[in-house]
Design a protein around this ligand. Structure first.
Ligand code: GUN
Length: 636
């Protein structure tokens, strides 16, 4: 068994996550950046950097080793004493120096052994840097050689986490191969390497390809690091695509050139008039005073400002993950620079893949800006469903602005028109027709839209045009719960889950559907916050009958099944197989080795991610088969 890095996810928003992991010298909470420390020149003090938010640092073992004094001190007292920091320290191997100056005089084994000896918390192998302009053949050599260098490190190293860089230049197939190889190796930490030239040239669109192809083929239970990716402009996009850690010397490099970092780009000291209030320089210096400082003091002052800009941005990103609004943040931020916008458009090309990692719903309202929002994962998910319903129905009734606005329930008179008609009803929104039955379900209920409708007005139907029968032909509530079930579990499931004699009860507080019953037994409740179902055991049984294995299932060992049947959560390590199409946050059926239902709960991660984790809770069980019958609380 490979050593487990204890990577614990504390929050997620699509591929982005907040997490923490242990190193021998303490915990690192992600997403974060490791400021680069040059052991020869320390521009900012450790205390200054810690006070801005630094939890860990990265330094270069190659530079330490080739300098006799530094080497002696590090070997005698350790890298922590050398740097003057007792928290986590990562060391790099000299790959970059070897690549730029072609003069690294140590072997891979020697430099890794040296990093362990000086007590590094995360040690990097001597990987082969793959330049963006490498031929496929040359880049493939870098991937293979880097992997064989990881393989030659003796197994069972416990005192340091090994970083195994993912190389492969701009070739998607090679990034995939490298990510798979490194994930299967003893590397507990996965930096994406060979990207500094792209970052320096603002080639963020190419970086999007590289990050996605690396990340989606890497183990989700290991932190992913972007080597050199420390400009605040690009941090949110990289985190959106699943990068957990960054390192950067940019705070000093830009300062050296009298350049100041901001969340949306960099500005020349000579061309600014005021300092932002968040800057640590604000109130201490005027812009003029900074310009007049001597070169060394100016570099120090601007480094402090630049590092604060980086940590400010990370702070905002962490909060966005908590709020689950990172995508909106990136969407807004993309407009701040054409290169970011180009990169954002590239991200949208991967929308169908990224959708697989998005939760069933988010905590936040859904912002619709313009036609680019059409290509975001939640709109695509909704459109796919809506188009399918529309293509399988005849003569739709199309309700326009006069009957419905995004984010609000439909007009009152609609329900009786619906029930006395046999035509399908749709809400017209942007260039999409959404089934009326979804108007209280995420994201439809929570859309805040900038408008910009592009369906011609004459396409909408006025209610007078809907030929209505004298008598009730169907029940809107039943159709609503069936359509939601189809959206949540797949087409055709709604009818099987909720037969004609299904009954609903309403919440006394909101008037909305709350419980769904069959023969007096509760099958499901509709959640107030997102309009999706929570299933009872009865409901789960019906879902299981409606869907063949492995759909919606997580299979567990029979030992675990006994516990889960009593209502205890499912841990990753007891899962033997699962449906890969499970959506994070959706209901899942917990089954034993004979595909017998033992519990029902909510999946913490997507079906694609489950296999990567060994520790932690995979399914939050809300009911086991051994527990009593379920009652509904009318609390909301
Ligand atoms: N620093 C910047 N890029 C790289 C890389 O590709 N590999 C290593 N080891 N360090 C880096």
């Amino acid at each position: 068994m490979l050593p487990e890095i204890n990577f614990e996810i504390t929050g997620k928003d699509g591929l982005a996550r907040t997490a923490k992991f242990k190193t021998p010298h303490g915990v690192i909470e992600t997403p974060t950046i490791l400021p680069v420390i040059n052991p020869n020149i320390q521009t900012l003090s450790i205390d200054e950097m810690v006070s801005l938010g630094a939890q860990a640092f990265i330094t270069n073992s190659y530079i330490i080793r080739r300098n006799e004094k530094l080497r002696e001190r590090a070997e005698k007292h350790g890298v922590h004493a050398l740097i003057g920091f007792e928290g986590p320290i990562m060391t790099d191997s000299g790959t970059f120096q070897s690549h730029v100056y072609s003069d690294v005089e140590y072997t891979n084994l020697e430099i890794v052994e040296f990093q362990r000896k000086i007590g590094s918390d995360i040690s990097t192998i001597l990987d082969i840097f793959s330049e963006p302009d490498f031929s496929h053949e040359k880049a493939e050599y870098a991937v293979n050689e880097t992997y064989s260098r990881m393989s030659e490190i003796p197994q069972g190293v416990e005192d340091t986490i090994l970083a195994g860089p993912i190389q492969g230049s701009v070739y998607n197939d090679l990034r995939k191969k490298s990510a798979e190889l490194m994930s299967s190796s003893q590397a507990g930490y996965l930096p994406i390497g060979g990207v500094v030239p792209l970052l320096e040239n603002y080639r963020y669109d190419t970086l999007v390809d590289i990050i996605i192809n690396s990340k989606l083929n890497a183990s989700f239970s290991k932190p992913v690091h972007l080597f050199g990716g420390g400009h605040p402009m690009f941090l949110s996009m990289a985190v959106l695509l699943g990068v957990d850690v960054f390192d950067s010397a940019s705070y000093v490099k830009y300062a050296r050139d009298d350049r100041m970092l901001f969340s949306d780009g960099s500005r020349d000291l000579s061309r600014i008039s005021t300092l932002p209030r968040w800057s640590p320089l604000y109130g201490k210096f005027s812009v003029k005073e900074i310009r007049e400082l001597n070169a060394e003091d100016r570099k120090k002052a601007l480094s402090l400002h630049n590092l604060a800009a980086i940590f400010n941005e990370l702070h905002e990103i962490r909060e966005r993950i908590f709020q689950q609004t990172l995508w909106q943040y990136v969407e807004t931020k993309a407009r701040s620079h054409p290169y970011l916008f180009k990169a954002y458009k590239r991200i949208l090309e991967y929308s169908d893949i990224l959708e697989k990692y998005e939760d069933l719903s988010k905590k936040s309202t859904f912002f619709y800006f313009d036609r680019y929002t059409d290509q975001t994962p939640y709109v695509r998910r909704l459109r796919r469903f809506s188009d399918h319903v529309k293509n399988n129905s005849r003569e739709p009734v199309i309700l326009g602005d006069e009957h419905w606005h995004p984010g609000r329930p439909h007009e009152k008179g609609i329900k009786s028109a619906y029930e006395n008609s046999d035509r399908p009803f749709f809400l017209k929104w942007q260039n999409m027709l959404i089934p009326l039955e979804l108007d209280e379900t995420y994201p439809v209920e929570q859309i805040i839209s900038a408008g910009g409708d592009n369906i011609p007005a004459e396409e909408t139907t006025t209610l007078q045009d809907v030929a209505v029968s004298e008598t009730k032909l169907r029940d809107f509530d039943i159709d609503r719960v069936r359509t939601i079930a189809d959206y949540q579990f797949g087409f055709g499931v709604g009818r099987k889950l909720f037969p004609d004699c299904t009954e609903v009860t309403r919440s006394r507080n909101t008037g909305r559907i709350r419980g769904i019953f069959l023969d007096g037994k509760l099958l499901a409740t509709l959640r107030a916050h997102d309009g999706f179902f929570t299933l009872t055991i009865e409901g789960a049984r019906k879902l299981k009958d409606a869907c063949e294995a492995p759909l919606h299932r997580v299979s567990v060992t029979d030992d675990s099944a006994e516990f889960n049947g009593k209502g205890f959560n499912v841990f990753f390590k007891f899962i033997t197989s699962n449906d890969e199409s499970i959506i994070a946050g959706n209901e899942v059926l917990v089954v034993n080795s004979r595909d017998e239902l033992v519990a029902v709960g909510k999946s913490v991660v997507s079906g694609k991610e489950i296999k990567y984790f060994r520790s932690g809770v995979a399914v939050k069980v809300h009911k086991g088969i051994m527990q009593g019958e379920e009652k509904i609380s009318d609390s909301d």
